[in-house]
Design a protein. Structure first.
Length: 349
């Protein structure tokens, strides 16, 4: 067949022939697609930012990858051989960018035929800022209450700061990074705990991640307590005097640890008034003293002195009568002795 005849044969009814070819291709593709099965995997999205920039906005942690292949291939396909990543290493300027999500496959999937895949989302919108390094204070997150009557006097963290990497705009707003919870419930003595950081901001990265030693110092809590309406016990008063006035009541305020204050009970000798300086009848201002255990301190008392009125005790009437009787008896005895002496002298003469 000559070239002209071949050309004429090809061009004869060429429109119908083109349509047939297109239909054949469509049918082939449709048949191929119809014979393939589909699976969808949720794959972790790895962020690579080894350059000068870091994202300010949150990056999706996962993407969905849809795969298609023959039915007999499906059991061998799993998400462990599918890897998704997004890379900011080549960016050098601040700004908002649409960065494509890259998919890489394990060797088993690369060799599989047919094998088709797609990812959603295909691109991620990212706000990039300059990467910076900073040392941020570590703050222990305490949970619970110490034993009643005790308080936390000091909290130490070792190391006290942590090195972090993040976008400049974010690091300027970070004042501290909390630890995981440190339980202090019921504590009455010093203790230490090894805890990790509780970094809720995934945009900044701790370099490197390690444990932190938190030491809690617990001491008895201090407080004050007021005692009112106590009548002082009078001491040192000369027995020849008696009290003629009402004794004023005293109030006082003390300080000490909570356990000591809760267990303290005063007695009649706690508040005393020293009357040893009273040397006659009348009203005297006598000093007031408050006696406390060494574990407590006197903060204030309502009065330094109190007025006390005294009088000399009166002698009993019976005591007054006894004296003259004794005098008369003595006189009679003396007279009798004088008479006996006279009689004796007369006999001698």
């Amino acid at each position: 067949m000559s070239t002209k005849k071949l050309t004429d044969t090809i061009l004869e009814s060429w429109g119908q022939k083109v349509i047939c070819i297109v239909l054949a291709i469509v049918l082939y593709v449709f048949n191929r697609m119809a014979s393939l099965e589909r699976k969808v995997f949720t794959v972790p999205l790895k962020v690579e930012a080894s350059g000068l920039m870091m994202p300010v906005t949150e990056i999706p942690k996962y993407v969905k990858v849809s795969v298609r292949s023959k039915a007999e291939n499906m059991p061998a396909i799993n998400g462990a051989n599918i890897f998704a990543s997004i890379n900011f290493s080549d960016f050098t300027e601040k700004g908002i960018y649409n960065v494509p999500v890259m998919i890489s496959l394990g060797e088993d999937l690369i060799l599989m035929d047919p094998f088709e895949y797609s990812v959603k989302p295909e691109c991620v919108s990212v706000d990039l800022d300059t990467k910076e390094l900073a040392y941020i204070p570590v703050k222990p997150a305490l949970s619970g209450e110490v034993e009643h009557g005790y308080t936390i006097s000091k909290i130490d963290v070792n190391p006290s700061t942590v090195k972090v990497v993040g976008p400049s705009r974010i690091l300027k707003k970070v004042t501290h990074i909390d630890t995981k919870k440190v339980i202090v419930s019921g504590a009455a003595t010093n203790f230490s705990r090894d805890v990790k950081l509780d970094n809720i901001n995934s945009i900044i990265k701790v370099v490197p991640e390690s444990d932190f030693r938190v030491t809690i110092s617990v001491i008895p809590a201090t407080d004050t307590k007021v005692y009112t309406g106590l009548t002082p016990t009078l001491t040192g008063l000369n027995p020849c005097f008696e009290i003629m006035s009402e004794i004023p009541k005293i109030s006082f305020k003390v300080a000490g640890t909570v356990p000591v204050l809760e267990n303290y009970n005063y007695n009649e000798n706690t508040v005393t008034a020293d009357c040893s300086s009273i040397d006659g009848e009348g009203t005297f201002d006598v000093p007031v003293y408050v006696r406390l255990p060494a574990s407590m301190a006197l903060v204030e008392k309502s009065a330094e002195t109190i007025p006390v009125t005294v009088m000399e005790k009166k002698k009993n009437a019976s005591e007054d009568e006894i004296v003259p009787e004794q005098s008369e008896d003595n006189s009679d005895s003396e007279s009798s002795l004088q008479v006996l002496d006279s009689v004796t002298e007369e006999k001698k003469s």
